[in-house]
Write a protein that binds this ligand. Structure first.
Ligand code: A2P
Length: 338
């Protein structure tokens, strides 16, 4: 069987990756509808040797699609996803709009694929935040083996997570700086080129940013574990593609570094790259960018905590953090549910 798939936000950083991943993975498509704003209507996007013509989202009839991959921002999902679902198009939403609704499943296929079944209530499945996805792919095998009580995590997040305008901002500011011109900041509150910003998304009342709280809420929901403690600091760095994370966990039972390496190496979606030599670890640019796996290195025992393990985890935020995870959810959906 083949499926009609609508891509909402097809001209964006994530939407473009969704289209090329459908092609790469030979997803069984009949028609692919590339949807964006009316500004982009008529643009062409290469697909399977031919090309797709971009259509105006506002004009699209969702009864023509079996599956909709949404990545055009939370406010557009708020309006269009329920409409699409009502028309019989199952929505896989990459925005934060529905992630915290109790009756909407939040899925990482390597972690909680069984919860996809819950899509039937509202016809919508939520794709988690990029930082949460790569963290949980790396931690789930350890969680299953020995339990995890607490996660302390610092992220080093690429600008592509903020969309195409943010990618251009780094390019423009870099050019401005190298030419001795004053820097203009539009997407981010401060200069991002050659800088590091300890703010992603808006501030919350408790002093954490919303990006940080997303990692807390989503981890509890995806693992189905309200007791797990998560303490994130989310940081934007001038990297184009690939998020890095320094993760410190406190496990319920003690686990050795050798055992962690062994179980991670045997888990789907993970590549362990952990040699204690110069360069014997993965980085965003040289390993994860353009690749599907979550890469793990720097695995070591925490010298400050009896049941502590430290890890360095990198993944392509646009692929595993967004587009690939959505397509993998769609693959599970067609394999087991529709
Ligand atoms: P467009 O290119 O026509 O503006 P990114 O996250 O990389 O900035 O991409 C955002 C995506 O969301 C783009 O595909 C963009 O289309 C789409 N988008 C933004 N606003 C609208 C809108 N009002 N209606 C439909 N699509 C939209």
């Amino acid at each position: 069987k083949k499926y009609n798939v609508a891509i909402v936000g097809a001209t964006g950083a994530v939407g473009e990756a969704m289209i090329s991943i459908l092609e790469e993975r030979k997803f069984p498509v009949d028609n692919v509808y590339a949807l964006a704003s009316e500004r982009s209507a008529g643009k062409r996007i290469p697909f399977n040797g031919g090309s797709l013509s971009v259509q105006d989202l506002a004009e699209f009839d969702f009864s023509k699609a079996d599956i909709g991959l949404f990545s055009a921002g939370a406010s557009l999902s708020e309006g269009y996803a329920p409409k699409a679902a009502a028309a019989g198009c199952i929505v896989i939403d990459n925005t934060s709009q529905f992630r915290y609704d109790e009756d909407i499943p939040l899925i990482v296929p390597e972690v909680n694929p069984e919860r996809i079944a819950d899509y039937k209530t509202r016809g919508i499945i939520a794709n988690p935040n990029c930082s949460t996805i790569q963290m949980l792919v790396a931690l789930k095998p350890i969680y299953d083996a020995v339990g995890i009580e607490r996660i302390n995590v610092c992220t080093y997040q690429a600008v592509s997570g903020s969309g195409k305008e943010a990618i251009e901002e780094v390019v423009n500011q870099t050019a401005q700086l190298l030419n001795g011109k004053p820097v203009q900041a539009k997407v981010y509150p401060k200069q991002i080129a050659f800088n590091v910003l300890p703010q992603i998304d808006v501030f919350m009342e408790n002093g954490y940013t919303k990006e940080e709280m997303k990692m807390v809420w989503e981890t509890k929901k995806i693992l189905g574990d309200d007791s797990i403690l998560v303490n994130p600091t989310a940081v934007r760095v001038p990297v184009f593609y690939g998020h890095s994370e320094a993760i410190h966990i406190e496990t319920r039972d003690k686990i050795s570094v050798e055992k962690v390496r062994e179980i991670l190496a045997a888990s789907p979606g993970i590549t362990v790259m952990d040699e204690r030599v110069d360069g014997g670890y993965p980085t965003a640019v040289t390993e994860s960018s353009g690749n599907d796996d979550v890469f793990v290195g720097r695995i070591r025992e925490d010298i400050s905590h009896e049941k502590g393990i430290d890890l360095w985890v990198v993944a392509d935020n646009v692929r595993k953090g967004a587009a690939l995870n959505s397509v993998q959810i769609a693959e599970e959906l067609v394999k087991n549910y529709i």
